[in-house]
Design a protein around this ligand. Structure first.
Ligand code: SF4
Ligand code: SF4
Length: 528
């Protein structure tokens, strides 16, 4: 079935992507020279208190607290608007499984605070500033940007290559392209700031060769700033999923990442172009509180790219973009046609990872048939996984064998689904199995943490006991050095008694003398 889709194996300046699909360019709602519209801040926003692993985080605020834009709501989670916390409760978020996590509900003061800096501008971008401003990946899984740089510095000692990822080859999604068309000058400033901060040896800016306008503006700006030497512009053939981190790094650097290893292992940091811009804005004092979202799809009444404040619900985005009527009778998806998934409800909040809201026609799910071992799925897999084998174990929840077949290296691109003649829901099964794997890892991590806490407590207790014993022995030694006070007292008493006895033995002479002395005067008075 793979031959039904044309595969484009050669890039203009770089080696070919292994696998992937050449899909027709279908970018709707590009800005046409206008600034990107900023949607109104709704009356309430919902901020999920989770991290990259979807662990529930402990809130730093309580119901009734007043918060300012940029305030920390939990570790690594910031308030996207100012207002009052009116609830902290579990709510569904944008997730293929319909996952619910604790969310802070803020009654907003309705002022769009985005253009106002919250922190003092800095001369040089720092990791601390990235963390303070809540900068996280806007292109993929939402990993903390400061964490990416720190991991490379810790594991590799230096950042050898910085990759700015402007590749967005999935049909329908055009938020990064819209950003490059409207804010190219700031993006070049951002790249300069990141090169300085990371002290990287090499910086690559990856972009598809069919993004004509963005490519030409960026080339002109890099030349005008004299940055052609420091930034290598890599124009890639638009094969889906060229923008996925792992295949992109392997394609650009020629370095093969060991299975299960992050790019930091080889000293590479890859960040999305919109994340780079957000990092530069953090240097100016702006926390990351919004992102560009593509609203498009076959059933979209008004395809557009809009800036949305985090915590705004999907329903509100559809309402403000004039797509709410069509959404009622359509299928609303988060993400693109291949990598995205259907949303079960629309009151879920937009977060850093929401790049696209697609309004698509309702489709009956295709009947899944047995695998015919055609290998079409492994031919198109960009990370060289064997999806048919992996599916066998993942569908049976066999996490051990799934891990052997590199479950966690699957980038959920959906290429295997697109070519499978048996309509087997491969990607959906892998997503589910990855969820189980993460939950298992989380359980093991928590168990290891509590084991470590117990070990440290035991160690502290042993140290305290040893210290007490040492003190006791020292006191005993001091006592042994000193003479025994009771023996001393007894010997004093004995000595006193002895001296008393010797006094008594000398008493008769003394008394007779005293008698004589006392009788003396009388005797003298007595006439002889
Ligand atoms: S979804 Fe996973 S297994 Fe399927 S093609 Fe993409 S990376 Fe390969
Ligand atoms: S899962 Fe089986 S039938 Fe589907 S593409 Fe792979 S090998 Fe072919």
């Amino acid at each position: 079935m793979s031959n039904l889709l044309q595969r484009w194996f050669t890039g203009t300046h770089t080696p070919a992507l292994n696998g992937g699909l050449a899909l027709p360019r279908n970018k709707q709602g590009l800005p046409n020279g206008n600034r990107i519209r900023c949607l109104e801040v709704p009356s309430t926003v919902f901020i999920p208190l989770t991290n990259y692993h979807h662990d529930a985080l402990h809130p730093h605020v309580q119901v009734g607290d007043e918060v300012q834009c940029g305030d920390a709501l939990a570790e690594g989670v910031i308030a996207s608007v100012g207002g009052r916390v009116i609830d902290i409760a579990s709510r569904p978020i944008i997730h293929p499984s319909g996952l619910s996590v604790p969310c802070v509900e803020i009654a907003t003061d309705k002022s769009c605070e985005y253009p106002r800096p919250v922190h003092a501008p800095q001369k040089q971008l720092t990791l601390e500033r990235l963390a303070l401003c809540g900068i996280q990946g806007l292109g993929g899984a939402g990993f903390g940007t400061a964490g990416k740089f720190s991991a490379a510095l810790q594991t590799h000692g230096a950042i050898t290559t910085l990759v700015i990822n402007a590749v967005e080859c999935e049909p329908v999604i055009s938020c990064d392209e819209a950003l490059m068309m409207t804010e190219a000058a700031e993006i070049v400033d951002a790249i300069q700031a990141l090169i300085r901060m990371s002290d990287c040896k090499r910086c690559l800016l990856a972009i598809e060769n069919d993004k004509d306008q963005a490519l030409s503006v960026l080339t002109t700006l890099l030349q005008a700033r004299g940055m052609e030497q420091s930034v290598e512009l890599c124009a890639l053939s638009p094969i889906y999923p060229s923008g996925a981190e792992r295949p992109l790094i392997e394609r650009l650097t020629g370095q093969c990442l060991p299975p299960g290893s992050p790019p930091s292992q080889i000293g590479v940091v890859c960040i999305n172009v919109a994340t780079a811009l957000a990092a530069w804005r953090a240097q100016q004092g702006h926390p990351m509180v919004s992102r560009i979202v593509t609203v498009a799809g076959e059933h979209a009444a008004h395809a557009t790219n809009v800036r949305v404040t985090f915590g705004t619900t999907v329903a509100e985005v559809l309402r403000q973009t004039g797509n709410d009527d069509m959404a009622v009778k359509s299928r609303v998806r988060a993400g693109g046609p291949l990598s995205g998934f259907d949303l079960h409800r629309l009151d879920v909040p937009v977060t850093a990872t929401t790049n696209c809201i697609a309004v698509e026609p309702v489709r009956q799910p295709a009947l899944s048939l047995p695998c015919i071992r055609c290998n079409a799925c492994s031919d198109v897999c960009p990370v060289k996984i064997m999806p048919q084998q992996l599916h066998w174990f993942a569908a049976k929840d066999d996490l051990q064998q799934s891990a052997r077949y590199r479950l966690m290296d699957c980038i959920e691109c959906g290429c295997c689904d697109a070519v499978c003649p048996s309509s087997i829901p491969l990607t959906q099964t892998f997503r589910y199995a990855k969820g189980l794997h993460r939950a298992e890892q989380s359980k093991q991590r928590l168990a290891a943490e509590s084991e470590e806490r117990f070990r440290l407590r035991e160690q502290r207790e042993a140290e305290r006991t040893a210290a007490r014993e040492q003190k006791r022995k020292a006191a005993q030694a001091r006592l042994a050095e000193r003479s025994d006070p009771i023996t001393d007292a007894l010997s004093r008493i004995r000595n006193r008694k002895k001296s008393g006895a010797s006094q008594q033995s000398s008493t008769p002479a003394t008394s007779s003398a005293r008698t004589r002395n006392s009788a003396g005067p009388n005797n003298e008075d007595t006439p002889e």
